[in-house]
Every structure is written in structure tokens, then in C-alpha cells.
Design a binder for this molecule. Structure first.
Ligand SMILES: Nc1ncnc2c1ncn2[C@@H]1O[C@H](COP(=O)(O)OP(=O)(O)OP(=O)(O)O)[C@@H](O)[C@H]1O
Ligand SMILES: [Mg+2]
Length: 488
């Protein structure tokens, strides 16, 4: 027992510090079961305020004196004759012992016992109080320990989140998903715009080119309203569309679409009408992009995405899950009824914007160059999308894979081989027997890179490009998207 037996500690702390001394060694709670002498000694020390060693010495002397007296008495009884002779010879000494010292020692013993008992009682009470306080201190320590454990858990979770951000392959997994209540109802509502994301985590495969020209097809050929959302901070789609429509650059409008309160009014304010005043007029009689709008982006989008990520890591509770911000805006029936298709262009990597796009979309389209590098990018991309769908319980389907930038319209043998490889990969990852490849591929055309207008509105020596290339691709995509049962 460290403290309550530890008399030097008691001496050091003084009589009032039994409690404090006990608190320093919680094991002293068990002191009630200690030998009585322990209390007595401690009690004397407390009571007299003297060194326990001296108390012990005094007691030892008293016990020895008592033993001597008893021994003398016993001897006296045994040698009675001699005792009587001594009594006669030393009458005064016998009277002193019998009438003074004896009663004095008896009285001293009696009071000694009383004091001892009272002291023991006080000490036991003091120890009882100390024990209670030690108990409450222990509970406090337990509470603090629990708080500490919670903090450690929080730090571990933050570290995990940060690692996920750095990894970025499973960016959507930072927390359990919390879709807003209308999410599925709005998404499965057959009325209104279909939302389509164009994506592949490989740069330069013509994602932006496909998005821009598909929008031109919807506006010009299908005569339907289309909204383009640029989620690539590079802003290529914005530049391309604004240039084609003869509109000056306007900066990033897409940032505010990630606000929790973004609604139709905000979208109407942020979209730019592409009603063609630019080069497209030559071919389309000014109607090319008349039914097309764009919400443009530039590099400030990355700041918004970083802020959303940090918010997600630090503030665990938010009114609207950051992964559902775009879905909350674009799937709203008021927004969907405004357009036939909403097309989203994405950067070549998993960003907060890409996650938002896939969560909001009904379909996604993959453009892939029919070469080794692009075809190898298809499998990890499809796998990631499938994982995201499973983790976030999102229903987004592949509308088709488009072979892009082929050497010519008829595929070379090498291109055919990569095309077949992509088809097999998609079937394997998606677990389907159907080919998801769009029949027609998109050849590389110099006009597309040389001129400011969209490929869809350009022509070469053999006539308009759209007649020979784009329309076949977009007709099939359109059919797959608008008749959902035909989609992959
Ligand atoms: N059919 C085509 N013929 C000629 N050039 C094309 C064709 N399609 C796309 N390009 C050109 O290829 C380049 C890359 O296209 P695009 O920007 O659409 O790719 P991306 O996949 O969006 O790239 P990123 O991942 O960087 O966004 C662009 O300069 C574009 O003009
Ligand atoms: Mg692009």
C-alpha cells in the first residue's frame, strides 16, 4: 500500500493531507483492511503532529516498562516469603508502586485506549471521504479517457480521409453517402431531361470534342434544347463553345452550381445562351446552337472543389452531401423540364465534379482512341465507376463507347484489335453479353483542329462532316439514351 502506509508521505503532507496523499495512490482505498496498528500509528502522528519514529519509541518503552512490572509482580508472587521480607524492609517503595505508579499506569492505559479509538474513528472517516473523492476523481479520469479515445478516433478518421483525398481513386468514399430525400424519385422520373456525363480518366481522347458536337447535334438536328455543363477546370469546352457562338469569355459560372441552395433561378442566371452568331451560321443558317446553353468553367473551379473536399473532411455534417450538389440542382423537375438532354464534360480524373456528375447522371459515354494507351484506360475507369455505383448506390448506365480519332473511317487492323479488346473489357467489367461500342467511329480530321467552329458544322471536299461521321454516332447515342431499354 503506497501512501496510507507511507508515513513519511503523511508527515510531509501534514495531518490535513490524508486525502491528498491517498489520491496520489488510489490503491490506498483498500486501507480499511490494513492492520489496526497502521491507523494507530498514523493517527498518533496526525494527532500529535510528531515524528512517527518517536511515537513508536515511546510506545516500545511503555510496553517494556509494563513487561518489567508484570515480571516483578510474577516473581513477587512466586517468591512470596522473600516478597513479604522485602515488603517489610522496603515498605515505602511497595506503597509507591501499588498506590501511585500502578493506578497511574492503569489510568494512562485507559486514556491511551480512548484516544487511540477516537483517532482511529476520525482517520477512518477521513479515509472514507478520501475514498469517495478518489472514486469521483477516477470517474473524471474515465470520462477524460473516453474523450481522449474519441479524439484519437477522430484523428484516425481525418487521416484516413486525407489519405483518400491524396489517393483520389476512391474520392467518393470519405463518408457514408447521404442522398437528399427526393434523389431517387427525381432521378427515376421518366419526364424531363436525361443527364449524360462524358468521361474517361485519360486526357486527349476527345471527351470535350464529343460533348460539344453532341450538343450541336441535339440543337441542330434533333431541334431539342440542350444544356452543357463544363466540369473541367481547363475550360476547353467553354472556350470551344463560346468561340463557336461568337461569345466573349465570361469566367467560371459553374462554381456556384455547387452551392447548397442552387436552383433553377441561379442556373438560368449562370447559363450562357449559345444562339449562334459565330462561324456556325455559315452552315446552319444561324440555328446551329440556338437551342444550346452552357455553364462555363475555368481554373477557379478547382478552388471550389478543394473547398468542398475540405468541408467534407472537417465538417462531418452538412445539410446537403457534397457529392449530391449537382444532382440536387440538375435532377430537380423544374430544371429537367427545361431541356431534352443535359451533357456534362469532365476532366480526365476523379474530381469532386466528376463524382457529382456521375451521381447526377442517368448515362455516361466513354470516348476512347483505339490504341493501346486508351484501351488500357477503359478497364480501370469502368471498374471505378462500378465501385462508385455500388458504394453510393447510384444508378448510372453506360450509353456507349465511341472510338475516336481513328486514322480513317474504315478501321485499320490494329484499331480493330483494340476495339475488340475494349468491347471484351466492357463486357467483362459490366457483366453483359451486349457490345457497348457505338458502331460508327470518329476519324481524325484536320479541319477540326484548324478551324474555330465545331466539327459538326464543318465540311471537307466531300461535303459536311456531320453527314459522314457525326450523325451516325449521335443517332445511335440518342437512341440509346432516349430509349433506355436499348442502352447498355
Ligand atoms: N475528330 C477529331 N479530329 C481532329 N482533332 C480532334 C478530333 N477530336 C478531337 N480532336 C482534337 O484533339 C484534342 C483533344 O481533344 P479533346 O480536348 O476533346 O480531348 P479531351 O479528352 O477532352 O482532353 P482532356 O482530357 O484534356 O479534357 C483537341 O485539340 C481536339 O481539337
Ligand atoms: Mg476535355
Amino acid at each position: 500500500m503506497p501512501v496510507c502506509q507511507n508515513t513519511p508521505r503523511l508527515r510531509q503532507k501534514g495531518g490535513a493531507s490524508v486525502k491528498a496523499a491517498c489520491l496520489e495512490g488510489l490503491r490506498c482505498i483498500g486501507v480499511a483492511s490494513e492492520p489496526r496498528s497502521t491507523y494507530t500509528a498514523a493517527g498518533w502522528e496526525l494527532w500529535l503532529g510528531v515524528d512517527l519514529k518517536r511515537v513508536k519509541l515511546a510506545r516500545r518503552v511503555a510496553w517494556i516498562a509494563l513487561a518489567i512490572i508484570l515480571g516483578v509482580l510474577a516473581a513477587a508472587l512466586y517468591f512470596w516469603e522473600i516478597t513479604l521480607w522485602f515488603a517489610r524492609e522496603f515498605d515505602a517503595a511497595f506503597k509507591l508502586v501499588g498506590l501511585v505508579i500502578g493506578p497511574f499506569l492503569a489510568v494512562l492505559g485507559f486514556f491511551w485506549g480512548l484516544v487511540d479509538k477516537a483517532e482511529l474513528k476520525d482517520l477512518t472517516e477521513a479515509l472514507g471521504r478520501a475514498r469517495e473523492e478518489a472514486e469521483s476523481e477516477r470517474r473524471l479520469v474515465d470520462t477524460k479517457q473516453a474523450e481522449l479515445d474519441a479524439k484519437v478516433e477522430q484523428i484516425k478518421s481525418l487521416e484516413h480521409n486525407l489519405a483518400t483525398i491524396v489517393d483520389a481513386r476512391q474520392l467518393w468514399k470519405l463518408r457514408n453517402n447521404a442522398p437528399f430525400s427526393e434523389y431517387r424519385g427525381w432521378k427515376y422520373d421518366p419526364r424531363g431531361a436525361k443527364i449524360v456525363t462524358i468521361a474517361l480518366f485519360k486526357g486527349g481522347v476527345a471527351k470535350t470534342h464529343l460533348a460539344a458536337n453532341f450538343a450541336a447535334y441535339i440543337s441542330e438536328t434533333q431541334r431539342k434544347r440542350v444544356l452543357l455543363i463544363d466540369l473541367d477546370y481547363q475550360g476547353s469546352l467553354s472556350t470551344m463553345m463560346l468561340m463557336a457562338a461568337g461569345v466573349d469569355p465570361v469566367g467560371s459560372h459553374v462554381d456556384s452550381l455547387f452551392d447548397e441552395n442552387a436552383d433553377l433561378a441561379l442556373l438560368s442566371e449562370k447559363r450562357i445562351h449559345l444562339a449562334s452568331r459565330g462561324p456556325g451560321t455559315a452552315l446552319s443558317g444561324g440555328q446551329g446552337l440556338a437551342r444550346a446553353w452552357i455553364v462555363p468553367a475555368d481554373y477557379t473551379l478547382t478552388q471550389v472543389e478543394s473547398r468542398l473536399l475540405i468541408d467534407r473532411v472537417i465538417h462531418h455534417r452538412q445539410a446537403l452531401d457534397e457529392r449530391y450538389r449537382l444532382a440536387h440542382l440538375l435532377l430537380h423537375p423544374h430544371v429537367r423540364r427545361e431541356y431534352e438532354i443535359i451533357l456534362i464534360d469532365t476532366p480526365p480524373r476523379m474530381t469532386v465534379g466528376t463524382v457529382n456528375a456521375l451521381v447526377a447522371s442517368h448515362f455516361y459515354v466513354i470516348p476512347a482512341i483505339l490504341d493501346r494507351v486508351s484501351s488500357e484506360a477503359v478497364k480501370p475507369f469502368l471498374t471505378q465507376v462500378e465501385t462508385l455505383k455500388r458504394d453510393l448506390e447510384v444508378d448510372v448506365r453506360l450509353a456507349g463507347i465511341v472510338g475516336t480519332m481513328t486514322r480513317q473511317l474504315p478501321l485499320s487492323d490494329t484499331e480493330k484489335r483494340y476495339r475488340d479488346q475494349i468491347i471484351r473489357t466492357a463486357m467483362e467489367v459490366l457483366g453483359t453479353d451486349e457490345s457497348c461500342m457505338i458502331e460508327q467511329n470518329l476519324p481524325r480530321k484536320t479541319q477540326v483542329t484548324d478551324q474555330d467552329d465545331l466539327g459538326y458544322f464543318l465540311r471537307d471536299s466531300e461535303g459536311p462532316l456531320r453527314d459522314r461521321f457525326y450523325d451516325a454516332i449521335f443517332n445511335e447515342l440518342w437512341k440509346r439514351i432516349m430509349c433506355a431499354s436499348d442502352s447498355c
